[in-house]
Design a protein around this ligand. Structure first.
Ligand SMILES: Nc1ncnc2c1ncn2[C@@H]1O[C@H](COP(=O)(O)OP(=O)(O)OP(=O)(O)O)[C@@H](O)[C@H]1O
Ligand SMILES: [Mg+2]
Length: 451
């Protein structure tokens, strides 16, 4: 609930405004002089301020100044007397969001505040988005010794120098996103945004809005215009992950953007031009999808300019030990534990494992091992393979992990959170990812108190 501060010395007026804002669902704090107003600015989290001009111990400009000093983005509306244009101009010059001339209709004032708050939250959201996308401003850490992996990296670094569209293909968990980040952060665009879009996780009816943004009034509730991911990625890279899962209709729109480098926001008519490097990834065989009529052939050719294929882990077994060591180190650091050693049977054991879930499966196994072996030697049972085999044909609803106990609960919670992050909070997709039923996932979310 937004909190409004009203600074007005006439009690009847303050009460009337307070009631009007209350009935619109706002929380209201009233002050009858500048001094009390400043105290409330200091002690309460005020979202917007309405102040009278003439106050017993000063003027509304003092309230305006104090509010701007404390939170520059907080909107302040100054109530001015009829005919005093200079005061109104001064208010806006000194940073007021707007002014309103007395006598006024309270509905008009409420409208001004509503608009101010909506603009404010849209700005905050844009700042948050920019921050999110400037995270991980570097080439990711990684491990791997095999010839195949070196070739993948070599290709990634080569294509990075050009603006060429790259298509990264590989089974789930092989490292497609990691390679996409490597391309971007090795490229001349490295200090511009890297904007991932998970085409499979965003609901079909929202994805257009996510990609292209919308204009104010485009649909009910669109009180402000908002930039989409293509706009945010301007001068940087857009990473279209799981492109094989994109709806056919949207594929047509995407093709147009890729061909022309321009698009319109939803509900807009103005063309927006962007300069973007495109990286797409899929764990599907896109040629097969084309043959089945599920993927547009023209889009496939548009994306398939420079292909990087990441082989499954079982086809580059030389990477298994270096990756395992890398993850053991990583997780023991993260959990502030001593890095465990592998018992003598572990190397053969992991080199010969199937790794159907590829590097992600290996990473999860090593995380589990660090928790379960508690600084000692890693034994085969810490990896939980035997149990998993038993369960692999059915869903493993009792536990996502083989062993039991507190350690497993910690790891389980972390995996659920990870899955929810991957699917942007979509629980049914997370359940599929975790191979548990939707009901089980809901109950675990409740048990662990996951937000
Ligand atoms: N060579 C590597 N070194 C270190 N970590 C790696 C390596 N390859 C993959 N990983 C890690 O394995 C996990 C899976 O990688 P990533 O998410 O890039 O795979 P993906 O192919 O995009 O999978 P999916 O198709 O399921 O989205 C990530 O946590 C990633 O950091
Ligand atoms: Mg991925």
């Amino acid at each position: 609930m937004n909190k409004i501060l009203i600074v007005e010395d006439k009690k009847s007026m303050a009460d009337m405004l307070s009631m009007a804002f209350n009935s619109e669902g706002y929380e209201v704090k009233c002050a009858y002089c500048v001094k009390d107003g400043i105290v409330l600015l200091d002690t309460d989290n005020i979202d917007a301020v309405v102040t009278d001009l003439k106050l017993p111990d000063g003027v509304g400009f003092d309230v305006l100044k104090s509010a701007k000093e404390r939170v520059p983005s907080v909107p302040v509306v100054v109530m001015t007397a009829f005919g005093s244009i200079e005061t109104a101009v001064r208010a806006v010059k000194e940073g007021a969001y707007d002014f309103i001339t007395k006598p006024f209709d309270t509905d008009h004032l409420i409208l001004i505040i509503k608009r101010a708050l909506a603009e404010h939250s849209a700005k905050q959201e844009n700042i948050a988005l920019k921050k999110e996308f400037s995270n991980f401003l570097r080439i990711p850490d990684m491990a791997g010794n095999s010839k195949a992996w070196s070739e993948v990296l070599e290709k990634a670094k080569r294509v990075a120098q050009q603006k060429t569209t790259a298509l990264i293909l590989g089974e789930s968990g092989t490292g497609k996103e990691l390679v996409a980040r490597t391309v971007h952060f090795s490229s001349p665009r490295a200090n511009k945004p890297f904007v991932p879009v998970n085409c499979a996780a965003i609901p079909k009816d929202l994805i257009e809005n996510e990609l292209f943004g919308h204009e104010k009034g485009a649909f009910t509730g669109a009180t402000e215009g908002r930039a989409g991911r293509f706009e945010i990625a301007h001068n940087g890279t857009i990473f279209l992950d799981e492109i094989g899962d994109m709806d056919l209709n949207l594929q047509a729109k995407l093709l147009r953007v890729l061909q022309e480098g321009e698009f319109e926001r939803v509900g807009g008519t103005k063309s927006i031009k962007v300069d973007i490097r495109v990286i797409a990834a899929s764990n599907k065989n896109l040629e097969h999808e084309v043959a089945q009529g599920r993927f547009r052939e023209d889009l496939f050719y548009r994306l398939n300019v420079f292909q990087i294929n990441i082989p499954p882990l079982r086809e580059r077994r030389d990477d298994i030990i270096p990756l395992a060591k890398y993850f053991l180190n990583f997780f023991s650091n993260e959990m502030k534990k001593a890095c465990p050693d592998m018992s003598k049977e572990i190397p053969d054991f992991i080199i010969n494992h199937e790794w159907k879930g590829n590097v992600r499966e290996l990473k999860n196994a090593m995380e589990r091992a660090v928790i379960l072996c508690d600084g000692g030697l890693i034994l085969p049972e810490h990896l939980g393979f035997a149990e998993q085999k038993k369960n692999s044909s059915s869903t493993n609803d009792d536990s996502l992990f083989a062993a039991s106990g507190q350690a497993v609960r910690i790891a389980e919670k972390a995996r659920i959170e990870d899955a929810l992050r991957t699917t942007d909070g979509n629980k049914s997709k997370a359940a599929v990812l975790l191979k548990v039923s939707y009901k089980t996932l809901l109950s675990k979310i409740k048990v662990y108190g996951i937000q």
